[in-house]
Design a protein around this ligand. Structure first.
Ligand code: CO8
Length: 260
C-alpha cells in the first residue's frame, strides 16, 4: 500500500514536516493511524529532530477525522483493533516529548480536531469557509472522556460544555476567539508561519520545555493509561449498538447526498 504519511525532516533546523496524504479527505483509517504512529515514534527517537509540524497534503482539508467506515458494519474485534490505534495516536501525540505544531490548512472535524488539539500550538488558515471542532454529537456519537479532557484543557470547562453538547464546528475566527487555535494566517502562509514559530520555540532549552509539557499533560495521559481496556470495551459496546450503527449509516448517506 502506498504511503499515507509523508515525512520531511530538515536535519539542519531539526524541524520535521509530517504531511497527511490520504485522499480525498485524510480520513484516519486503521492503516493511516498505524503509519502515523510509527512515523511519530521514529521522529521521537531521531536525535536530529527537535520539533514536528503536522499538516495536510490535500487542499482544503486537514483531516475529516476518524474513518467512519472503520466504525460501520464491522466485527467487534475490528472495532477493538481500530479503537486501540486511535488511543495509540492520542497517547503518542498528547505525551509527545518533542515540540509539535498543527498547521491547519483546511477542514478539521472530530478526530482531525483532536489531533490538532494534541499539538503544542495551532496555526490555522484564515479561510472563512473552513471549520474545526468536535462535532461527534451531530453524528449521534459521543466523544470519549479523553477527547473531552483534551478540549477542556485547551478552551476551559464552560466552552467545552457548549462545544461538545452542540457538536459545534467553529469558523477560524471563532476558533481563535475561544482559544481552540492560537493564530490565523493567510492560507499560503500556514506552513511558513509554522516553521518560523517552531524556530522560536526551539530557542527554549528542550529539557526544560519537555518537563514543563509533561507536568501539564501527564495527569490527562495517565487517566487513559489507567483505563485503556475499559475504554476500548466501552467503545466496542457503544458502536456495535443497532441505534448507533443506524446513526452512522444515515450520516454516511447524508455525506453522499450532499454532493449530488
Ligand atoms: N470517514 C469516512 N469517509 C468520509 C469521511 C470520514 N470521516 N469524511 C468524508 N468521507 C467520504 C465521503 O463520504 C465521500 O465519499 P464518496 O466519495 O464515496 O461519496 C468522500 O469522503 C469525500 O467527501 P465529501 O464529498 O464530503 O468531501 P468535501 O470536500 O465536500 O467535504 C468534509 C469534506 C468537510 C471533510 C466532509 O467530507 C465532512 O464533513 N466529512 C465528515 C467529517 C466528520 O463528521 N467526521 C467525524 C468522524 S468521527 C470522529 O472522528 C471521532 C469519533 C469519536 C468516537 C466516537 C465514539 C463512538
Amino acid at each position: 500500500s502506498s504511503s499515507k504519511i509523508k515525512v520531511d525532516l530538515d536535519s539542519s533546523t531539526g524541524i520535521a514536516v509530517v504531511k497527511f496524504q490520504n485522499p480525498p479527505v485524510n480520513s484516519m483509517s486503521l492503516d493511516f493511524l498505524t503509519e502515523f504512529v510509527i512515523s511519530l515514534e521514529k521522529l521521537e527517537l531521531d536525535k536530529s529532530c527537535r520539533g514536528v509540524i503536522l499538516t495536510s497534503a490535500q487542499p482544503k482539508i486537514f483531516s475529516a477525522g476518524l474513518d467512519i467506515l472503520e466504525m460501520y458494519g464491522k466485527s467487534p474485534e475490528h472495532y477493538a483493533e481500530f479503537w486501540k490505534s486511535v488511543q495509540d495516536i492520542w497517547l503518542k501525540m498528547y505525551g509527545y516529548r518533542k515540540m509539535t505544531i498543527a498547521a491547519i490548512n483546511g477542514f478539521s472535524p472530530a478526530g482531525g480536531c483532536l489531533v490538532a488539539l494534541s499539538c503544542d500550538y495551532r496555526i490555522m488558515a484564515d479561510n472563512p469557509r473552513y471549520r474545526i471542532g468536535l462535532n461527534e454529537t451531530q453524528l449521534g456519537i459521543v466523544a470519549p472522556f479523553w477527547f473531552k479532557d483534551t478540549m477542556v484543557n485547551t478552551v476551559g470547562h464552560r466552552t467545552a460544555e457548549l462545544s461538545l453538547q452542540f457538536g459545534l464546528m467553529y469558523s477560524p475566527s471563532d476558533a481563535l476567539k475561544i482559544g481552540l487555535v492560537d493564530q490565523l494566517v493567510p492560507e499560503e502562509n500556514v506552513l511558513g508561519t509554522a516553521t518560523e514559530t517552531m524556530t522560536k520555540w526551539l530557542a527554549i532549552p528542550d529539557h526544560a520545555r519537555e518537563i514543563s509539557k509533561s507536568m501539564l499533560r501527564k495527569p490527562t495521559v495517565d487517566r487513559l493509561l489507567a483505563s485503556r481496556d475499559a475504554d476500548t470495551k466501552n467503545f466496542v459496546n457503544f458502536v456495535s449498538r443497532d441505534s448507533i450503527q443506524k446513526s452512522l449509516g444515515l450520516y454516511l448517506t447524508m455525506l453522499k447526498e450532499r454532493k449530488e
